[in-house]
Design a protein around this ligand. Structure first.
Ligand SMILES: C[S@@+](CC[C@H](N)C(=O)[O-])C[C@H]1O[C@@H](n2cnc3c(N)ncnc32)[C@H](O)[C@@H]1O
Length: 313
């Protein structure tokens, strides 16, 4: 009898826990689905962003903004790139994702990353988010009216902070490959009532922008995930204007790194790169970035910044 009561109690508690979890999860998903950008604002954002955009599948084609704010249209091919729930999708067809990318790109893992980023970075002895952003702000000096680019914007944590500083006359373009992460970014943008953020689903290896359009570029947590970092760096160099500032945070490898063997294994198994910070300076220099500076406050994560010279070498 006691045993039966025990199992009954355990079953009921488990059932209640699962139901509560399912309800919370459904509420979370409803929150994301409820994101909607009014047509007029969508159109105005598309009009501001369109002059910067080079359509990845038709680079020579000038994009036309659809009147109802539902996307861009390539005037030559007729291809429509939809703008839905605050995200312009410029990816046509399938993407060839790494294991880590696939793992992150589900509603559950994107939610987990968003909710637990602070805890994860704490465990890895990465700077707290507020400190990370304050260091970036010191270098970038985001101010009202700036047009800023946040590559691998993910759930939009840095995008939102930048947007708060560039004001309504400014514009922040956040780009990421993952629909699940971008859905979270769009939700946070709406939650903060920001009207100056334009989110794009696109690929760091083939950035959908014309040459030299950005003066302030940030990429937090992206370098270690790009399958071809040298190509992403070439693209960052291409879309930067002379004098542009680049800031980046990434899983990193320092000089005489005592975790080098573990890091190598993580790279082989999960395509999670640990970017050697000294060679990174040379790669950036090759695409015209100088004044390279880097730091690695903990054993796993590092920060880099550089400025693009007026003379491209
Ligand atoms: C660890 S998250 C960083 C998110 C956020 N910036 C942060 O610091 O918390 C890395 C992001 O890089 C994005 N990413 C990976 N490969 C990409 C690619 N080829 N192009 C664009 N984004 C990519 C992933 O989708 C993911 O959202």
């Amino acid at each position: 009898m006691t045993r039966r009561r025990y199992w009954l109690g355990t079953g009921l508690a488990l059932g209640a826990g699962i139901s509560a979890g399912v309800m919370l999860w459904q509420r979370e998903q409803r929150k994301l689905r409820s994101v909607s950008v009014p047509a007029q604002r969508a159109r105005s954002l598309l009009e501001r962003a369109a002059p910067l955009i080079r359509l990845p599948t038709s680079p020579g084609c000038e994009p036309q903004v659809l009147n109802n704010g539902s996307g861009l249209r390539c005037q030559e091919t007729g291809t429509i790139y939809p703008y839905r729930r605050g995200v312009l999708d410029l990816i046509v067809g399938e993407t060839d994702n790494t294991f880590t990318q696939d793992a992150l790109d589900t509603p559950l893992t994107a939610w987990g990353y968003d909710a637990a980023r602070g805890m994860i970075t704490g465990l890895l002895r990465v700077q707290p988010f507020a400190e990370e952003f304050s260091d970036i702000q010191e270098i970038q000096q985001y101010r009202a009216g700036d047009v800023a680019f946040d590559l691998a914007c993910g759930q939009g944590n840095f995008t939102v902070e930048i947007a708060k500083r560039v004001g309504d006359d400014g514009l922040v373009i956040g780009l990421d490959l993952s629909p699940a992460m971008l859905a979270r970014a769009a939700y946070h943008v709406e939650r903060w009532g920001l009207k100056n953020v334009f989110l794009i689903r696109g690929d760091a290896l083939n950035l959908p922008f014309h040459d030299g359009v950005f003066k302030k570029l940030n990429c937090s947590g992206g370098f270690h995930q790009f399958p071809d970092l040298p190509q992403a760096i070439r693209e960052l160099g291409r879309v930067s204007s002379s004098g542009a500032i680049l800031t980046a945070g990434t899983f990193a490898e320092g000089t005489s790194d005592r975790y080098a063997a573990i890091k190598r294994r993580l790279k082989e198994r999960f395509a999670l790169h640990f970017v050697p910070l000294i060679p990174l300076g040379s790669e950036l220099e090759a695409v015209g970035f100088n004044d390279y500076d880097w730091s690695m406050p903990g054993p796993w994560f590092g920060y880099a910044s550089a400025r693009k010279d007026s003379v491209h070498r």
